[in-house]
Design a protein around this ligand. Structure first.
Ligand SMILES: NC(=O)c1ccc[n+]([C@@H]2O[C@H](COP(=O)([O-])OP(=O)(O)OC[C@H]3O[C@@H](n4cnc5c(N)ncnc54)[C@H](O)[C@@H]3O)[C@@H](O)[C@H]2O)c1
Ligand SMILES: CC(C)[C@H](C(=O)O)[C@@H](O)C(=O)O
Ligand SMILES: [Mg+2]
Length: 371
């Protein structure tokens, strides 16, 4: 696809809590990156309202005008949404990102986890430096299918239904194999693990069956299976052995926070919500009410999510200069972290402003590495 105008439209949804803080930092970094790596289409960022706090003042969590802007944009950049005290009558939270995933059919949650040099080794094992895996989370069905449809009977029983479809499982499995193929082309391990609970649930046995059918079409990539409970153990005991995993929505949600903990915390865990037509990029973390407004948030996950956005746009538009900008962000984060900038989240002293300043200051060195 070619770029029809001279810029790319990015719909920016900062959301709530630290979503707003890390997004402001990220927009500074993106603008500095554009100045450092001149050439290639500029990003035109437009900020849109949505989120729990917006709902509290307006009665709308995801206004039509925001949803429409997301549909029309080349990509969506998202902070975090949700606030524990702002809830629907059934007790669930106002979390419009789930509506966005459904509306834009963002079926693959891509959650890469890797070691960053310079950070404290939370596992106290030198092999932690080899952690480099990707969790692919199905995002349009699974247990989350139950959202808004659950049943509470006589204040006595509550039901939420798991839904696994052939089509939904096949497309996310295929997506995972394509991720593995790209990693293989870059000289990395190439194995896709289906993470399920096929020993207990018919829905999960079906997930595994469809995964196996898709695996048979990707002969060059090894495929195996793990039960989700055993995978939680493997993630903690030997995460450096993992490559690409694909799993049901809820399991993926839980395992992705566990995975973030292996490399220091949520502030090191970027993500992308990808569909066939649209994509949204956001840190895997939430709005962190416990630290919001204090300048303590680690913005690295937000920066790395923006790098994932540039990579996705580069591939979609066949524009290598966008890929250069993605590498520039990653390299600047690496340089900043390995030259003594340790985020508060990892036991250091660097708040959001310091991490942002040091990342921007690293850009001139980073450009020499990626050029
Ligand atoms: N993608 C999203 O928008 C998203 C994801 C998860 C949770 N939520 C919402 O966020 C709210 C808070 O949820 P939660 O507390 O369970 O999860 P959370 O991810 O917001 O926070 C979990 C813990 O990690 C810390 N943390 C998270 N991101 C951090 C960062 N960038 N830097 C430093 N520390 C960080 C927090 O301080 C907290 O101790 C809830 O309303 C929840 O629904 C939103
Ligand atoms: C806030 C919540 C709805 C969301 C999810 O469960 O998908 C979050 O935890 C995430 O991981 O993106
Ligand atoms: Mg989560």
């Amino acid at each position: 696809m070619t770029i029809s105008s001279n810029h790319l439209d990015i719909a920016v949804l900062p959301g709530d809590g630290i979503g707003r803080e890390v997004m402001a930092a990220c927009l500074e970094v993106l603008s500095a990156v554009e100045t450092t790596a001149s050439g290639g289409p500029p990003l035109k960022t437009t900020i849109w309202n949505a989120g729990a706090q917006y709902y509290a003042t307006s009665g709308e969590a995801l206004p039509d005008i925001t949803l429409d802007a997301c549909r029309k944009a080349d990509a969506v950049l998202f902070g975090a949404m949700g606030w524990p005290d702002i809830r629907h009558a059934d007790g669930t939270e106002i979390i419009p990102q789930l509506d966005l995933r459904m509306a834009l059919d963002l079926y693959a949650g891509v959650r890469p986890i890797r070691w960053f040099p310079g950070l404290p080794n939370v596992l106290s094992d030198p092999r932690a430096r080899d952690i480099d895996f990707v969790l692919i989370r199905e995002q349009t069905e699974g247990l989350f299918y139950a959202r808004g449809k659950g049943e509470l009977i006589d204040d006595r029983d509550a039901y939420d239904t798991m839904h696994i479809s052939r089509a939904g499982t096949a497309r996310v499995s295929d997506f995972a194999f394509r991720v593995a193929e790209r990693r293989q082309a870059r000289g990395k391990k190439a194995r896709v693990t289906c993470v399920d609970k096929a020993n207990v649930f018919a829905s999960m046995a079906f997930f595994r069956k469809v995964f196996d059918e898709v695996a048979a079409k990707h002969g060059g990539i090894e495929a195996d299976h793990a039960y989700v409970d055993a995978m939680a153990l493997t993630m903690v005991k030997k995460p450096w052995t993992l490559d690409v995993m694909v799993t049901e929505n809820m399991f993926g949600d839980i395992l992705s926070d566990l995975a973030a903990g292996l490399v220091g915390g949520m502030g090191m865990a970027p993500s992308a919500d990808v569909g066939d037509a649209h994509a949204l990029f956001q840190p895997a973390h939430g709005t962190a009410p416990d630290i919001a407004g204090q300048g303590k948030a680690n913005p690295c996950a937000m920066f790395l999510s923006a790098a994932m956005m540039l990579d996705w746009l580069a591939e979609k538009h066949n524009e290598p200069r966008l890929e250069t900008r993605a590498r520039l962000i990653e390299s600047a984060v690496e340089i900043a972290l390995s030259s003594g900038t340790v985020p508060i989240e990892l036991g250091g002293a660097a708040g959001c402003a310091t991490v942002t300043r040091e990342t921007i200051a690293a850009l001139p060195s980073a450009i020499k590495e990626v050029a």
